[in-house]
Design a protein around this ligand. Structure first.
Ligand code: GDP
Ligand code: IMO
Ligand code: MG
Length: 421
């Protein structure tokens, strides 16, 4: 029995989908534990490309996908994903926690309104209703999966919640009127469709552990988007870090055997907020173009920069990462020099930790160590020693600085373009 956890170490889009798909071959259950359809996880199998937003990536390998209690679930999106997968010959096996909070129509409207209100101080959210749904969960005004399958309870909850939301709409000068009957009918129908999946996933997963099954926990986003340890307030609204997986599944921390940190070989970010190693030159353009750095969820261009060890040390510490998976190494092919940020200068002082004050983060100047580049990586490489010597040097430096072994090097989006170290 193993419980493996995959977490993003940067600002998301590190290639978690690809790595989760790779590890799924040995898993019985693949579990999403936080976030919602703000995520976009890409899996490439041969010529087929799957982009999943809320369905756990393991379903592509035919494994049971679990949507944990820590997720915020937009039922319409999940139903669409299930139907699209069915059309492509995959009938996903799914379980949904009865405690999972549901993204309601007013959450999506309020996400947009908050962003409009913030103007040039906006977060750059995905506008999927994530923040407002988590806010309602914490303030105990949430609708949970279990409520969708009990029309009477849902009706009573809507009677309490909708008038308050309508008042907030008025404050934001939103013209839309919330129609209780319509919402009740639509969401009860979603409940009917998803009813057979809704269950006590925390009990099922703990039983699976007793029965020596393998569980893979699939993180969304990345540590720098964590609501406590990321670049607050330019973060998402969930606990992205490893600790979020125990909150979001009901699996005790003692069961987790391996924590795999996914590290893109450079840095990207979608949305607003500081990115200390951001590049505004032709190298930034190279990374964006060669890495196809456009958001999987919103198609926005991703901002690009060099790898940042201050970020990665922070992530390894906060998430207790035991192994690294380095992705997209091939995107650095053909560059004369590659750089890694080793520390920052802040107000003339060297710092090697990530500041809490966002105004300090904005002032951080990255200091780089330079490495020789390499021409090409043969995408049929199967071992570390097949990689160009300069690429090996680059990876060994990361491993040494992070004091964490590299277990996987990904050299292309496909399943086979993966080296086990
Ligand atoms: P996630 O959100 O962490 O799952 O990452 P995304 O799927 O949003 O973005 C990662 C993108 O990089 C996807 O288009 C993947 O197909 C692609 N990708 C993953 N690993 C590699 C790799 O090693 N090399 C290249 N060139 N592309 C990769
Ligand atoms: P995956 O799982 C990259 C970013 C948004 C925005 C901020 C808050 O594919 O790595 P939200 O809608 O969550 O309130 O937006 O977080 N963001 C992501 N960026 N990858 C993601 O997920 C993201 N999910 C949210 O762009 O800056
Ligand atoms: Mg993504």
């Amino acid at each position: 029995m193993t419980v493996k956890l995959v977490v993003g170490t940067q600002w998301g889009d590190e290639g978690k989908g690809k790595v989760v798909d790779y590890f799924s071959k040995d898993a019985d259950y693949v579990v999403r534990f936080q976030g919602g359809n703000n995520a976009g996880h890409t899996i490439k199998v041969g010529d087929e490309v799957y982009k999943l937003h809320v369905t756990p990536s393991g379903v592509i390998q035919g494994k049971t996908g679990v949507i944990g209690n820590g997720v915020v679930l937009d039922p319409e999106i999940l139903i669409n994903e299930i139907n699209n997968l069915k059309k492509r010959g995959i009938k996903p096996e799914l379980l949904i926690s009865d405690r999972t909070n549901i993204i309601m129509p007013y959450h999506k409207i309020l996400d947009g309104a908050d962003e409009k209100y913030l103007g040039d101080k906006k977060i750059g959210t995905t506008k999927r209703g994530i923040g407002p749904c988590y806010s309602d969960k914490i303030s105990r005004n949430g609708i949970r999966a279990i409520d969708l399958i009990d029309k009477e309870t849902l009706s009573k909850k809507l009677d309490l919640i909708l008038p308050i939301k309508q008042r907030i709409f008025n404050a934001y000068e939103i013209k839309e009127k919330l129609n209780k009957k319509e919402i009740l009918e639509t969401y009860s129908k979603y409940g009917e469709e998803l009813k057979s999946f809704v269950t006590t996933t925390h009990i099922k997963l703990n039983k699976a552990i007793e029965q020596n099954k393998n569980i893979l926990l699939e993180g969304a986003q990345g540590v720098m988007l964590d609501v406590d340890f990321g670049t607050y307030p330019y973060t998402t609204s969930s606990h992205v870090i490893a600790g979020g997986s125990t909150i979001g599944t009901g699996i005790g921390p003692q069961h987790i055997d391996e924590i795999i940190g996914i590290v893109k070989a450079y840095t990207t970010r979608v949305g607003e907020g500081p990115l200390p190693t951001e590049l505004f030159d032709e190298i930034g353009e190279h990374l964006q173009k060669v890495g196809h750095e456009f958001g999987t969820t919103t198609s926005r261009p991703r901002r690009c920069g060099w790898l940042d060890l201050v970020v990665l040390k922070h992530s390894c510490m906060i998430s207790g990462i035991t192994k690294l998976a380095i992705t997209k190494l091939d995107v650095l092919n053909g560059l004369d020099k590659v750089k890694i940020c080793t520390h920052y200068n802040l107000d003339g002082k060297k710092i090697n930790y990530f500041p809490a004050n966002i105004e300090d983060v904005k002032k951080c100047e990255p200091v780089y160590k330079e490495f020789k580049g390499w021409e090409d990586i043969d995408n049929a490489s199967t071992s570390f020693s097949d990689l160009p010597k300069q690429a090996q040097e680059y990876l060994k430096f990361i491993e040494k600085e992070l004091k964490t072994p590299i277990a996987i090097v990904s050299i292309g989006p496909g399943r086979s373009e993966t080296i086990e170290v």
